[in-house]
Design a protein around this ligand. Sequence first.
Ligand SMILES: CC(C)(COP(=O)(O)OP(=O)(O)OC[C@H]1O[C@@H](n2cnc3c(N)ncnc32)[C@H](O)[C@@H]1OP(=O)(O)O)[C@@H](O)C(=O)NCCC(=O)NCCS
Length: 108
Amino acid sequence: MDIRQATVDDLLGMQNANLLNLPENYTFKYYLYHALTWPELSYVAVDPRGRIVGEEEPSDEPSGHVTSISVLRPYRRLGLANKLMKQSHADGEDAYGMRYLFKKPTPS
Ligand SMILES: CC(C)(COP(=O)(O)OP(=O)(O)OC[C@H]1O[C@@H](n2cnc3c(N)ncnc32)[C@H](O)[C@@H]1OP(=O)(O)O)[C@@H](O)C(=O)NCCC(=O)NCCS
């Protein structure tokens, strides 16, 4: 599984992963806003066919808050969420001096 920076072309796939995995959902406009404002901080996990199987979107630098992190069920417990978090944290640190990256629990 490949972890790479998200592009505008990935936004529909990211929104889809979020819709499938989480009760907190966002408009496409919100994803676009993230991609344009913090282009270096959103990451996707993609399978060998290029399908997005995980996504993460931080916001609110310099202490980062993850807006959404999700991994499709068949791809869970493979370390993808860990990799997505580490990648965003490292880039947030480089770009904005972000020391911490938080994810508040999602209300169930
Ligand atoms: C939460 C979620 C993103 C984890 O994705 P993942 O790729 O399976 O996670 P990883 O394999 O990278 O595991 C990360 C850590 O969480 C632990 N973990 C993962 N799923 C777990 C579970 N169901 N119960 C307990 N621990 C779990 C792993 O053991 C690992 O811990 P470690 O770093 O100490 O070894 C995924 O289960 C998901 O999409 N859930 C639905 C959406 C959601 O709840 N998002 C988070 C909102 S707060």
